[in-house]
Design a protein around this ligand. Structure first.
Ligand code: 5GP
Ligand code: ZN
Length: 115
């Protein structure tokens, strides 16, 4: 928990979000400014700033996060056509919120390479 972190505030219910999945370790909620018709952020409740801050202590947490992705995708109806999972990391990655988050984007075709 980091007091100034907007995603920690969502976890603590200090600010509202449209939550689509939650368990003791993970929460997933709709992005406030969707970049696709389906745009959900999947995050660990533990405040980890970005991918570079993950350590071996987080192995179970990260494995668990990955294990809940299929169920969230199915909840959103994305299993048939698929989706994209994105982790923007620091400046060049375009990260704007310093709490690790996985963007799940779907319901439209994603071009490659990304912009
Ligand atoms: P990043 O740019 O760090 O990869 O992604 C941060 C995402 O968080 C952005 O897509 C942005 O729209 C979303 N976001 C920022 N503030 C809020 C908020 O208060 N609530 C929700 N639901 N999403 C937010
Ligand atoms: Zn946080």
């Amino acid at each position: 928990m980091q007091a100034s972190c907007i995603f920690c505030k969502i976890i603590n219910r200090d600010i509202p979000a449209k939550i689509v999945y939650e368990d003791e370790l993970i929460i997933a909620f709709h992005d406030i400014s969707p970049a696709a018709p389906a745009h959900v952020l999947v995050i660990p409740k533990k405040h980890i700033a970005n991918l570079l801050e993950i350590t071996a202590d987080d192995n179970k947490l990260m494995a668990h996060l990955m294990s809940v992705i299929p169920g969230i995708a199915k909840t959103l109806g994305l299993e048939e056509k698929g989706f994209r999972l994105v982790v923007n990391t620091k400046e060049n990655g375009g990260q704007t919120v310093d709490h690790l988050h996985f963007h799940m984007l779907g319901e439209r075709f994603m071009t490659w390479p990304p912009g």
